[in-house]
Ligand binder design. Structure first.
Ligand code: HEC
Length: 103
């Protein structure tokens, strides 16, 4: 019984830590659908929206930038804010994983 409990606990920990740590680019691809209208399907940006190219950007840069926009003190962007204000840290990490691997 003890062994079973231990096995279950170990399995549980490895599953949850995976969920917390791993950046899920597939989930990021789904989340990215809301960004397409400005940054483009391929992340190349859109001059008419003054939206910069973000494809292939480092994931740490994307994560820290989105968080800055979310806080709205150092970087402000009223146009993008509605699309990012409700993203969780996990959402942002997944988005960054997806965007950083775009060519
Ligand atoms: C309504 C248009 C719009 C939408 C939708 C939008 N963005 Fe943006 N985004 C912009 C604009 C405009 C900028 C440039 C703002 C600035 O630098 O002040 C920007 C900047 C960025 C930057 C910083 C780029 C850099 O080089 O500094 C990142 C990263 C980014 N957006 C990611 C996203 C993600 C991820 C989404 C979807 C969740 C998204 N954006 C949705 C318009 C948009």
């Amino acid at each position: 019984m003890k062994l079973l409990t231990l096995t279950l606990i170990t399995a549980f920990i490895s599953i949850t830590s995976q969920n917390i740590m791993a950046q899920d680019a597939k989930r990021g691809a789904t989340l990215y659908k809301t960004c397409v209208q400005c940054h483009g399907e391929d992340g190349m940006g859109d001059p008419s929206q003054q939206a910069p190219k973000i494809a292939g950007q480092y994931d740490w840069y994307i994560i820290s930038t989105i968080k800055l926009f979310k806080e709205g003190t150092d970087r402000k962007n009223p146009k993008m804010l509605p699309f990012i204000k409700d993203l969780s840290d996990q959402d942002i990490a997944d988005l960054a994983a997806y965007v950083s691997q775009m060519k």
